[in-house]
Design a protein around this ligand. Structure first.
Ligand code: NZQ
Ligand code: ZN
Length: 385
């Protein structure tokens, strides 16, 4: 088992009505608040009005219109607002895109240069503004990790940025706030959660504990995602998905294990960068093809374990179990109603060369659990057509 240092510095307020604590949560940091949100879902479902009512004693400035696959321009705008109004605390209300954008604002205020330079070169800052989140979509885990993924449409790049100072100080997780998430987005979010778990499951030097926890979390998604898609206000399903999303991406489930390179994410971020694809939809298309590519003599027993522990396949050879497990994964994503080919999104092979080049940058995929060359990434993308 590998050595590790682990700290999850976020205070989580989970459950119905936890938003009532917002005034005391914010008061700890000050009165001047930058409220970050997306295209308006929080106005339609009442959270926006609730925030204003609760923060009536605060001075609120707004960074609105943060797009899915958030753009660096929103960060530039947010940083300017923080500097102009001397903001004390950043409040992100939304899904992963809003929270990610808010993280880069929180750190970028203290970065002496353009935030794209900070993101693309992974520059750290000495300070960051405190970040509080109110999660409205179970998917990325951004509410409980220190990562952010930002897009630069001018360069067709989508890049992950990590800065432990941007770990949310407090995250308010009320599953009822996800009842209004449309079925397609619920499906995409659930696939994202499952992908975070799979990216850790297929890694080197796994521990017995991690195997049990990851398999359990994957089974939770398989059990509850179809329920939430069909019954958007099912409290149990929304709650279980929300907490699983938070646990899936901050490393807690695979401490002590090796790093597998997160290849599905590396490839998917290229689809989002070039075509603005919904993250979870891109992952659904890539994952089964990637898995078939990863299946070889060295990984066979791991895929067979996945088939037995997650899909309950018994009485078959390792090869049959592994292949069936990948088929079951694909069938599960299909059953959630997301498009399962690039052609269905009108995406052709025009940019595969650049996408494969970008996906492999930093050499991370060459050292993945199953190493992937640029040509192999292109082959996987071809299989997705
Ligand atoms: O913009 P609004 O109007 O709020 O609508 C959003 C958006 O259109 C809508 N939505 C959110 N909550 C809703 C709702 N609609 C109705 N009711 C609600 N309660 O859903 C749409 C998608 O929102 P978005 O925030 O983009 O989705 P998600 O949470 O899946 O975030 C995706 C982004 O996070 C990145 C992805 O790459 C992508 O850019 N990721 C971030 C990670 C991290 N920070 O750790 C890890 C992930 O792997 C991922 O890469
Ligand atoms: Zn993801």
């Amino acid at each position: 088992m590998e050595d590790f240092v682990y700290q999850a510095g976020t205070r989580v307020l989970f459950g119905k009505g936890q938003i009532e604590h917002l005034p005391e949560v914010i008061a700890k940091f000050g009165k001047k608040v930058l409220l970050c949100y997306g295209g308006g879902s929080i106005k339609r479902n009442g959270i926006y009005d609730k925030v204003y009512a609760l923060l009536k004693d605060c001075e609120i400035y707004e960074l609105a219109g943060i797009a899915p696959n958030p753009r660096i321009d929103s960060d530039r705008e947010g940083i300017a607002l923080c500097r102009k109004h001397n903001i004390d605390v950043v409040l992100a209300v939304g899904g992963g895109s809003v929270i990610d954008c808010a993280k880069v604002v929180a750190a970028g205020v203290y970065y002496d240069g353009d935030p794209w330079e900070m993101v693309s070169q992974g520059k750290q800052t000495e300070k960051a503004l405190p970040l509080v989140t109110i999660l409205t979509l179970a998917a990325t885990g951004s509410e409980y990790d220190d990562g952010a993924v930002i897009t630069n449409p001018e360069t067709n790049e989508k890049i992950g940025y990590g800065n432990e100072l941007t770990m949310p100080k407090v995250s308010i997780l009320d599953p009822a706030y996800t009842y209004t998430v449309p079925a397609k987005q619920t499906a995409a979010g659930s696939i994202d959660i499952m992908s975070h778990l799979l990216e850790q499951y297929f890694g080197p030097d796994m521990t017995y504990l991690a195997d049990q926890m990851l398999a359990g979390a994957i089974k939770t998604v398989i059990h509850y995602a179809p329920v939430a898609v069909k019954e958007p206000d099912n409290a149990q399903a929304r709650g279980e998905l929300m907490w699983t999303s938070s646990l899936a991406c901050n490393g807690i489930l695979s401490q002590g294990c090796g790093y597998g390179g997160w290849p599905a994410h590396a490839i998917e971020h290229e689809l989002s960068a070039f075509y603005d694809v919904t993250h979870g939809v891109g992952l659904a298309i890539i994952t089964p093809r990637l898995m078939r590519h990863m299946l070889n003599d060295d990984t066979l027993s791991r895929f067979a374990q996945y088939g037995r522990d997650v899909w309950g396949i018994v009485g078959k050879s390792d090869k049959e179990t592994a292949e069936q497990a990948i088929d079951e994964t694909e069938k599960f994503f299909t059953s959630l109603g997301v498009p399962m080919t690039l052609s269905a999104l009108n995406i052709g092979e025009e940019h595969f060369d650049e996408m494969a080049e970008h996906a492999g940058r930093n050499g991370r995929l060459l050292h993945a659990y199953v190493p992937l060359s640029k040509e192999e990434v292109k082959a996987i993308l071809h299989d997705c057509l």
